[in-house]
Every structure is written in C-alpha cells, then in structure tokens.
Design a protein around this ligand. Structure first.
Ligand code: NIG
Ligand code: FE
Length: 416
C-alpha cells in the first residue's frame, strides 16, 4: 500500500530546481521555499510547497504528519561523486613523509603511495572490505550524504578488482545510502605485473570487463591518466573498448600534469576529476564540452597543494561538481561538506555554487537524474540542518551537521 508522509514546516527549503547545469550561479538564483513542506509518496516526493498549502492534500491522502517544531533548512541529500572508501590499512606514514618534505610521487616511487594500499587491500577478505565500506558510508550518511560513488583500484588484478567490486555491491545491500560503483583497475600498473601498461590494460579489458557486465558490478570505468600511472596513448584504446561494451567512462585527469582532460573530452567522458594542474587551455576546453569537472578539495588539503581552479571553470561556463576523493593516501579526511566549504572560501565560490556542486551538479557527474534536486517525482532524499538560514551551513565550515537525514522517504539518521 502506498504510504504518504508530510514533513514540515521547514524554515527554508532549497530545492535546487531551475539551477543551470553549467556556469556561475549567484545566491539570488537559489529557489527557496519558506515555511515549506515535503509530501512524500513511498520513496519519492509527491510534491513540495508551502506547508500550509500541502496540508489539505496530506489529509486527503491520509498522510502521516511529521511535524517539525524548530528552525530547519532543507537541502537535497548530498552526493559524493568520487571516493575510494573500499580500502584496507592506513597511510599515516605517507602523510608524515609528505609533510616532512617528500612529494606524493617520490613516496609512490619508493614503495609507498597507492601500491602500499594495494598490498593491504589484497590481504583483506571481501567481507572485511564490505564492512569497511559500510562503516565509512554510514559516517558519510550522518553528514547528509545519501549517494556515494565508490571506486575499486586497490586490487589491480582481475580477481582482486572483482573482490573489491563485489564487496561494494554487497555493502550496498546493507546500507541506507546508495553506492554507485566504478572500476578503477587502471589506477597504476601493478608492480608485480609481468608486462607493460598496454598489456595490462588489454588483459583487464578482455578478462575483467565481461565479468563486470555479467555480474552487474558496475557500468563505470575510470582511469588515472598521469605520467606516474597511464598515458593518454595507453588509455585511449582501453576507454574505447569500455565505450564499445556500453560502459560510461570517467577520469582522474590533470592532477599533477595535464593531458587527462583532453582524453576525457575527446572520448566524451561523463566527468574529469581533479584538474588541479589544468591551465587556461584545458579550462576553456572542458567548459565548452559536456564533461562535468569534479573538484576534489580533500586531495588538495591532504597533499597540501593548490585547489582545482573552480572559479575559472565556472566563469568559463563549465559544470562543476565537488567530491571528497576520500582515500587513504591523498585525501584521508573524508568530510565532503567541510572540504566543499574550504574550496568555496579559497576559490571564491558563491554558496549556490558550492551547494549545487554537492547536489544537482554532483548528480550529473554520476548521470543520475532522480536526485540532487527536490521536486515531484524525485527521490525523497534530503537533509535538515538545525538553522534558520542556509548561509549558516557553509559558514560553519562543516561543523554544522544535519539533525535529520532522509533517504528514499525514511528518516535514516536522527541526531540525538
Ligand atoms: O584520487 N590520484 C589517484 N588516485 C587517488 C589517490 C589514491 C591514493 O593515493 O591511494 C586520488 O587522489
Ligand atoms: Fe580519486
């Protein structure tokens, strides 16, 4: 039987409706409903509007009334469109070494970096990985994140990548939030692989890709396009094979050196993530394309290096999402809201641009059109912050957290 609920009154509801996908946004463009209500029909939103206007509908539909008694600001559930939360072990040593003067690439070359996490992740069982994903995704849920992208990429052999992706699929069954998995077998050339970059990628594409399809483990293929990982030339045939088989592609691009964004644009990737090293040339190209730029301030904070030129991307007309990149190496913090606030402060982004970057524009980075905005027919994924004005949320730089998080029509987290 269909279940209806009316939640409200909500002091300010920011639906993110009518926000453009691309380009700069000013706060005055934010659609705000005052004294709002959300009428829920099972997992979806039946309608939003003024609470008083929804009461009659709610009575006719025999809706359960969830009455709120203090000030709240409601936003769509946040979407973290780029994480690596399926991993084992810590890289605290790398962090200490970096802060003592070694670079990320020097540490990687001397046996630390991604490979260190690969060794630890390979020894973990599927069940252990599944538990670690559940734990991390649940901590994200408390900060309002109702959809989380999760990459493999610490297995780096067909069987080990399968273990990771199966762990993510299994974790999704136990979680309230939705996990969107991505295959990142092209994270680096495994040090124990007996062959070159092209041979490794060929083996992954011919052996792993068909199993990903058969077991429905993911429909997204990612690659780290970088001097220390895979070149543009290595990646093109790999991505073309993925596209032929019906996968969407996404990239780790222009993190330390440029090149990846060009490949992303040429092959019509859904997103190009990182872009810290992008110059005006890459910014212009990406802004003119349909590729979503994903800024990862957590990696800049973790590595102590410059931020993605988010302001320039927006001013050039680009679509900018913001994600945490939560991983044990470059981005250990795992706090999307705090990182998005900090990016906003350093890159001079409007509150509207920051909020769009973790809601509607992040949904586009995952090609999900049923979330990221609040309105009829969208998923009833939203969070309620204990304040009377949306400016307070970013002002507190991650310290103001939701009192309630709703996922698919249910209150899945309530602060005590
Ligand atoms: O997005 N850049 C490559 N991959 C990850 C880092 C992974 C790691 O250091 O373990 C990133 O920053
Ligand atoms: Fe990443």
């Amino acid at each position: 039987m269909t279940k209806y609920k009316l939640v409200g009154p909500i002091t300010q509801l920011l639906s993110m409706d009518a926000i453009p996908l691309k380009g700069a946004i000013i706060d005055e463009q934010l659609p705000i409903i005052l004294d709002a209500g959300i009428l829920i029909e099972d997992e979806h939103i039946y309608s939003i509007g003024r609470y008083a206007d929804l009461e009659e509908d709610a009575a006719n539909l025999d809706a359960e009334i969830i009455k709120l008694h203090s000030d709240y600001v409601c936003l769509p559930g946040f979407i973290d469109a780029h994480t690596h939360i399926c991993f084992s072990g810590s890289r605290a040593n790398d962090y200490a070494m970096r802060n003592a003067g070694k670079t990320y690439l020097e540490i990687a070359k001397s046996g630390g970096g991604i490979w260190d996490t690969v060794i630890k992740t390979r020894t973990a069982s599927q069940q252990e990985l599944c538990h670690s994903v559940i734990k991390r995704a649940n901590s994200l849920l408390k900060s309002g994140i109702t959809t989380v992208e999760v990459k493999s990429g610490y297995g780096l052999s067909c069987n080990q990548e399968l273990k990771m992706l199966r762990a993510i699929k299994e974790a999704n069954l136990y979680l309230k939030s939705d996990l969107i998995s991505t295959c990142l077998a092209a994270h680096m050339l495994p040090k124990d692989y007996n062959g070159n970059h092209k041979e490794y990628l060929f083996e992954i594409a011919s052996t792993l890709f068909p199993v990903l399809k058969a077991e429905k483990l993911t429909n997204r293929i990612d690659a780290f396009v970088e001097e220390s990982a895979f070149s543009k030339e290595d990646i093109e045939p790999y991505f073309k094979k993925a596209i032929q088989m019906g996968f969407d592609i996404t990239t780790h691009a222009d993190q330390f050196t440029t090149g990846g964004s060009e490949t992303a644009i040429k092959l019509n990737a859904v997103s190009a993530d990182h872009l810290e090293a992008s110059t005006d040339k890459e910014i212009k190209m990406i802004a003119e394309s349909n590729v979503i730029s994903v800024a990862l301030p957590g990696a800049s904070i973790g590595l102590g290096c410059g931020f993605t030129p988010a302001r320039k991307i927006l001013d050039a007309g680009g679509a900018l999402a913001i994600a945490s990149d939560w991983n044990p190496g470059s981005a250990p913090m795992g706090d999307l809201l705090a990182q998005a606030c900090i990016l906003g402060a350093f890159q001079k982004l409007s509150n509207a641009e920051v909020l769009a970057g973790i809601t509607y524009r992040a949904s586009a980075a995952l090609k999900l059109n049923d979330r990221g905005k609040l309105g009829s027919g969208m998923l009833a994924d939203f969070c309620l912050f204990p304040t009377n004005h949306f400016n307070e949320i970013l002002y507190h730089q991650g310290k103001l957290t939701p009192s309630q998080v709703w996922k698919r029509g249910d209150a899945v987290y309530t602060e005590h």
